[in-house]
Design a protein around this ligand. Sequence first.
Ligand code: SF4
Ligand code: SF4
Ligand code: FES
Length: 235
Amino acid sequence: MKTVTFEVFRYDPDKDKEAYYDTFQVELRRPGYLLLDALNQIKWELDPTFTYRRSCREGVCGSDGINVNGVNMLSCMTKVEDLGSDHLVIQPLPGMNVMRDLVTDVDDFFNKFITVKPYIIRKSPNPDKEIYQSPEDRKLLDGLYECILCGCCSSSCPSFWADKKYLGPNAFLRAWRYIVDSRDEGAEERLPILNDKHGVWRCHTIYNCVEACPKELNPTDAIVKIRKMLLDQQI
Ligand code: SF4
Ligand code: SF4
Ligand code: FES
């Protein structure tokens, strides 16, 4: 049975003065063995104090973003064999404060998400029945609505690391998802927020966020479209 070395970031604020790395030998027990299977093997068989987030195991909840050999990914969507290495360095998502081991504080990430008003805003009087959306208008949401809020994009973004107030690629993708929604009437509320000095103009269009997204979404494309809308409207 093949064995892979996992060099894992460890930090428990209740007992560690500083972070360190622990090394575990993990057995790949079947073809398609997932990173999450490997983390479970460490916790359940080698060190029960090891801490990380996971829930759905299906690429839906977005809770298990981690950094492996310098690349952000979901542990439940990644086969160890696909990483092509016998030595994996496992770290929490960069640019986020570590609470313990691989668990990061996601408050800042979610606060930025909320800042762009990620919900349908209506100005018109409420209709008597549901608001019709044509198949063509619904199609505009493809590539936007699938975001699972894993944070892999924002956590890979140099602007997000450098500017603590930068809203980040996830917030921009979310804002665009609602701006293009035919039922939404909130663009004029969102655009000034996106036009802020910590908004879309801070992006250097280097596409880290696109490469990091496990759902193959394109936050940079959303950023470019928001910029164009801002320029067209001279906001
Ligand atoms: S393209 Fe923009 S938002 Fe995406 S990682 Fe680069 S700087 Fe950040
Ligand atoms: S855009 Fe992609 S990487 Fe970013 S939070 Fe959504 S699913 Fe995760
Ligand atoms: S455990 Fe839910 S997305 Fe991976």
